[in-house]
Design a protein around this ligand. Structure first.
Ligand code: SAM
Ligand code: SF4
Ligand code: SF4
Length: 355
């Protein structure tokens, strides 16, 4: 299917900000460009085989760009490309260039596992990408293999170096912290980040779709992480800033900053301005939402951008999602979705929703 949505491509509306039922604006969009991945992280894709989205359903770059225009018309000014592993999507720099050329986007970022970064960092930088987050859970190659079922640790480290050589500044390194898996590496990862001029962000292990082996005992809370790090570094100060970014930032006595994303024990749903678009064009209002809304069908059915904008605006105004807060309120908590549900509906998977 190679229909170019020409009308949508010429859509440059004046921004009409929408607010949801909790008065939260729509500012940030995570765009998954593929559900496929070259790792099998324990907390995201613990199985070897998955039910993949049909290839013919995957949005073309022109379609993604057209939908991004609709989102910017509703107030989105930040886009993050993600996946699956976004760098496995062929010719990704072309999409980056298309999005980087949009004046309505103040921020265009990408999250990657870094494996293909050494090959692609220069092209991504040349295409206009300015912000890059690399996921790295361990500095130990053996542990990396245990965690991700692949032997590619050295390639990730090379990717980080290549990104710096390609001129990326302000790199971020994201680490999912799991008890008895990598929770002993927090100071080592901070020191590694210092050496690479990268800010490390520790993410609490979340019970999202895909995390089929999640248990409350494996979660290391923000409080516990701060205790661990204070024992090593001394007094840790919070960095005071007003932002809807999910990471709370902290400063060590030597000035080094790091972040903690406490989605599991101290969720930030109250200020969440983030929506998600899957690689096959399904719109989700929350990472935990059961139901999404098919924008691909509208786009490929020839709906004009105004009609898609109107549908999206209504959906956002009706948004009441506070998924992580609702999970926190549960008495008994285990993995969000059984494997059978994930197989029946791959849209529930974290690697489909883009994290
Ligand atoms: N493949 C890319 C990567 O790993 O950076 C991008 C997609 S991945 C789904 C996006 C982010 O989600 C990664 O930083 C990953 O660590 C995080 N993630 C996946 N499963 C998670 C879980 N169960 N809890 C917390 N974070 C998770
Ligand atoms: Fe790991 Fe990212 Fe792949 Fe999930 S999508 S398995 S977090 S590399
Ligand atoms: Fe936003 Fe849903 Fe995450 Fe809460 S759980 S921060 S509402 S995406």
């Amino acid at each position: 299917m190679d229909r170019a949505p020409g009308a949508a491509l010429r859509y440059h509306p004046r921004t009409m900000e929408v607010r949801d039922s909790h008065d939260r604006p729509l500012r940030s969009l995570r765009v998954s460009v593929t559900d496929r991945c070259n790792l099998r992280c324990q907390y995201c894709m613990p199985e070897e085989q998955y039910v993949w989205l049909p290839r013919s359903d995957i949005l073309h770059f022109e379609e993604i760009a057209a939908l991004v225009d609709v989102f910017t018309g509703l107030g989105v000014d930040k886009v993050r490309l993600t996946g699956g592993e976004p760098l496995t999507r062929k010719e990704l720099p072309k999409l980056v260039a298309m999005l980087a050329a949009k004046p309505a986007l103040a921020d265009l970022a990408l999250t990657t596992n870094g494996i293909l970064l050494a090959e692609q960092a220069a092209a991504l930088g040349a295409a206009g990408l300015r912000r890059l987050t690399v996921s790295l859970d361990t500095l130990d190659p053996v542990r990396f293999r245990e965690l991700s079922k692949r032997d590619d640790h050295a390639r990730v480290l090379d990717g980080i170096d290549a990104a710096r050589a390609a001129g990326f500044r302000g790199l971020k390194i994201d680490t999912v912290v799991m008890r008895c898996v990598n929770s002993d590496e927090l100071p080592a990862l901070i020191e590694f980040g210092k050496g690479k001029q990268a800010e490390v962000r520790f993410i609490e292990y979340m019970d999202v779709g895909g995390a089929t082996t999640w248990s409350a005992e494996t979660v290391v809370s923000r409080r516990e992480m701060l205790e661990l790090l204070s024992a090593r570094y001394g007094t840790i100060e919070p960095v005071i800033e007003t932002s809807s970014a999910p990471a709370a930032r902290y400063r060590l006595p030597d000035g080094t900053t790091f972040g903690i994303i406490s989605s599991t024990t101290q969720p930030f749903c109250a200020t969440c301005d983030r929506a998600r678009l899957t690689a096959d064009g399904v719109f989700y209002r929350c990472l935990y939402a059961r139901d999404g809304f098919d924008l691909r069908g509208l786009l490929r059915g020839g709906a004009p951008p105004e009609q898609i904008a109107s549908a999206l605006g209504s959906l956002w105004r009706a948004r009441a999602d506070r998924g992580a807060e609702e999970r926190l309120a549960l008495r008994e908590r285990s993995a969000l979705a059984p494997k059978g549900d994930l197989r029946n509906d791959p849209h529930l998977e974290m690697h489909t929703r883009g994290g």
